[in-house]
Design a binder for this molecule. Structure first.
Ligand code: S3P
Length: 172
C-alpha cells in the first residue's frame, strides 16, 4: 500500500471518528499520527475542559493554530484535528500547505451516540442532545465542506471500510 508523503489531515465534527480513523490509517500506511487535542493537553499539562475554563476558548484556538503551523514543516503524518480547527481560514490554509484535508461526516444521531458519555468536550457542556448537535453541525457545515479535499460519510461503516474508502479517494 502506498505511503503518503504529504500529511493526511482529518477534520470533522466531534464524534465523527477522527481519532479512531487516524490510528488505523497510521497503522495501515506506517505513518506517524498526531492527535492535536492530545498534543495540546500534553504541552499545557491540563485537560481541554480546564484550558477552556482557565484561559477561554480563544486561547485554545490560538494553541491549535500554533500547533498546525508547526506541523507543516514535514509531510507523512496523519493529523487528527479538533472539531473546531477548520473554522479558522488561517488553519485551513496551514492544513493545505503540506497536506490533503479529509472531512469525516456523521449524522447528529450517530454523533450523539458516540459522544454522549464523554465529559471532556466543553463545547457540548450542558448541551448534550441531538438537537444542539444538529444545530451546531449545521452552523459549521459550510466551513467544513469548503475546507475538504475529500469527504467520507462514516455512518454504519466499519473502521477498515472507512480507511479503504479514504485511501482510495486520496490515491485516485
Ligand atoms: C472541539 C472539538 C474537540 C476539542 C475541543 C473543541 C470543537 O475535539 O478540540 O473540545 O469545537 O468542535 P474533538 O473533535 O476531537 O472532540
Amino acid at each position: 500500500m502506498k505511503t503518503f508523503d504529504y500529511n493526511i489531515v482529518l477534520i470533522g465534527f466531534m464524534g465523527t471518528g477522527k481519532s479512531t480513523i487516524a490510528r488505523k490509517l497510521s497503522y495501515m500506511h506506517q505513518m506517524e499520527v498526531v492527535e492535536m487535542d492530545e498534543e495540546i493537553v500534553r504541552r499545557q499539562g491540563m485537560s481541554i475542559s480546564d484550558i477552556f475554563a482557565t484561559h477561554g476558548e480563544e486561547y485554545f484556538r490560538n494553541l491549535e493554530t500554533e500547533l498546525l503551523r508547526e506541523l507543516q514543516s514535514k509531510g507523512g503524518k496523519v493529523i487528527s484535528c479538533g472539531g473546531g480547527a477548520p473554522l479558522r481560514a488561517e488553519n485551513v490554509a496551514l492544513m493545505k500547505q503540506n497536506g490533503r484535508v479529509v472531512l469525516l461526516t456523521a449524522t447528529p444521531k450517530t454523533v450523539y451516540e458516540r459522544v454522549k458519555n464523554g465529559k471532556m468536550r466543553p463545547i457540548l457542556n450542558g448541551n448534550m442532545n441531538v438537537e444542539y448537535i444538529a444545530s451546531l453541525m449545521e452552523k459549521r457545515r459550510e466551513k467544513y465542506e469548503a475546507a475538504a479535499d475529500v469527504m467520507i460519510a462514516t455512518d454504519g461503516k466499519a473502521i477498515w471500510q472507512i480507511c479503504e474508502e479514504l485511501t482510495r479517494s486520496l490515491v485516485e
